[in-house]
Design a protein around this ligand. Sequence first.
Ligand code: AMP
Length: 185
Amino acid sequence: MTLGMVILGRQGSGKGTQAVHIAKRFEVVHISTGDMLRSAVEEGTELGLQAKSIMDAGGLVTDDVVNGIVAERLAKEDVRSSGFLLDGYPRTVGQASVLKQLVEGNLKLAINLDVSIEEVTQRMISRGREDDTPEAIARRLELYESETSPLIQWFDDEGILCVINGLGTESEVHKRVIDEIEKNL
Ligand code: AMP
């Protein structure tokens, strides 16, 4: 049985950065649905064309579409042999239920990188990414509260939730995250 993990956190929590460190440390495949969708947009594929306007507005791509790309990625040989860290997925309870069926007993840990709304808003304003318009930031945070935050309880009910304080420098958080994961695995 291989090691499967997911990382949850608001946009701007440092989730993507920490996911890279975690994947390296535990030698699992880092799967970011945001990165996969951005590549599809750049390549101008059918999926990219469908997703672009939703992403620009800070909305959520439909569960069916995202579940499809994740199912395809999880079936690949590298993931089957090394395990995975999902970053940015699941984002809804519907996606979490599908994930549970896809990976059976391989999901060992759900990390919630906890940073407050006030703090992430400041961070996102100062990082100035192209898709960080004030409207898109607000929409993404709103959808996180309504659609994604119920997953914290959902994963707690599954008995695999690990909450980690995301405040501090990248290396402070990195150390904390690795220590906590080791303790919980
Ligand atoms: P991220 O890089 O994880 O912030 O993702 C960027 C954008 O891609 C999000 O704002 C969504 O529009 C879309 N996206 C990424 N992952 C998902 C997902 N699991 N469900 C729905 N939409 C997603």
